[in-house]
Design a protein around this ligand. Structure first.
Ligand SMILES: [Zn+2]
Ligand SMILES: [Zn+2]
Length: 165
């Protein structure tokens, strides 16, 4: 003799795991959608800063993880070309060097990224980091250019001495 209770409990033991799985998959769908939504929200907030950045800056002055966020396109001689995965802007970055501050420069022409002369950009960066010029002349013999703040040399003579920041 089999009681009705047996069927009920037997049925319950089959149904409840199915129900459990269904609700579990519903739960995970909700979780996954929530994650996608969060990701998209983050994507909006994390919009790249390329258009707001100056044409040249010291890497450590850029946003955190700037270099890591770029796609490495080409490696050159102590310099590499990276592209922004969000807007495609190209940037040339100095490779890490124990003795020099890494500089990032905006690249507007992919063809000449490695041959374009960035000396002037780097000099202006040096000048900016020093706070500009003074009213006194450079002490270099015969030089009439104004000295950079905090030093006795003009920008060119400071640069020629190997100062980069
Ligand atoms: Zn960008
Ligand atoms: Zn000078």
């Amino acid at each position: 003799m089999v009681s009705a209770g047996f069927f009920e409990s037997g049925l319950a033991s089959v149904v409840s795991p199915l129900f459990y799985l269904q609700s579990l998959s519903k739960y995970y769908k909700t979780v996954i959608f929530a994650e996608i939504w969060k990701h998209n929200q983050g994507g909006e907030r994390m919009k790249c800063q390329c258009s707001d950045l100056p044409d040249a800056f010291y890497l450590d002055e850029g946003s955190r993880g700037f270099a890591e966020g770029l796609k490495r396109e080409i490696s050159g001689n102590w310099i590499w070309l990276g592209s922004c995965p969000s807007c495609g802007q190209l940037w040339a970055l100095d490779e890490w060097d124990k003795y020099q501050d890494q500089v990032v420069t905006r690249v507007n022409n992919r063809e000449t990224w490695n041959v374009a002369d960035t000396t002037n950009l780097r000099k202006q960066l040096l000048l900016k980091s020093r706070g500009g010029l003074t009213d006194t002349n450079c002490i270099w013999a015969g030089c009439t250019a104004k000295a950079v703040k905090g030093v006795v040399f003009c920008l060119d003579h400071l640069w020629n001495a190997g100062t980069r920041r």
